[in-house]
Design a protein around this ligand. Sequence first.
Ligand SMILES: Cc1cc2nc3c(=O)[nH]c(=O)nc-3n(C[C@H](O)[C@H](O)[C@H](O)COP(=O)(O)O)c2cc1C
Length: 251
Amino acid sequence: MVENVKAEISDSSNRAGEMYGWYEGMEWNPVEKVILERRSVRKYKDEQVPEKLVRRILEAGRFAPSAGNSQPWRFVVVRDGKMLEEMERYVRLRCRILKFLLDWEGGPLGRLAWLNSQLCIRLMPNELHPIPYGAIRLIAEGKLKLFHGAPTVILILMDRRGVGKPMVDVGICGQNMVLAAHSLGLGTCWVGFVELLNFGTKWKKKLGVKWPYRLMEGIALGYPVGQPDGMIARELHEIDWWEEGRKRTVF
Ligand SMILES: Cc1cc2nc3c(=O)[nH]c(=O)nc-3n(C[C@H](O)[C@H](O)[C@H](O)COP(=O)(O)O)c2cc1C
């Protein structure tokens, strides 16, 4: 897939290839291929991932860089189907509550929901951006699964005492695992909504989430159904490039 896109660009115009930083005859190395071809997988085979592979993926996470080498993470692996279902049910319930409180368009609270949403959007502009809010609605309505049927889930707990910006460290750590999984022929999907489990005393206890830890992210892991991987469009952001006292813009 990457080859196709690359060929398309360099065939159609060398200038376009240059614009992307690609050049004629260039080969993607295995690391670049993994980075460019990984996609989120939302359909998994009913087949467990061998423990050995999960351990390798966790090792990739453990070796992630972090500010001051503070390694502000802890992992919890869940491979118990019943437990995953219960976690999913709990998150769906939380999403239903959020939808009830905030759904000003069709919900029963009407104007009160509109006022709630205005307040919450100001307090949590990122969490309640239309994309996550849309997903909250879909989860609440049972139209979007939390773990997408993956047989293994890696939960990442963040140590809030991490040096500087532990959220960044946790993101890097997770991406190391996601890329390692892809390189091993596995599919993954980040699951940000596991954060809602932090509201459940039972779940916090069961998953060992206590100060200084907070459950930040989940990574669904399994064998993908079909062939979801391949390069997709990304926004082309302008890059300011300073060299020898001059600035130019590249993409
Ligand atoms: C921090 C983070 C949280 C995410 N949470 C979810 C989630 O809860 N559910 C989901 O289906 N996808 C989730 N995603 C996947 C994104 O939707 C996906 O990465 C994005 O649409 C780009 O698609 P790609 O991963 O196939 O390149 C998350 C991704 C990240 C990085």
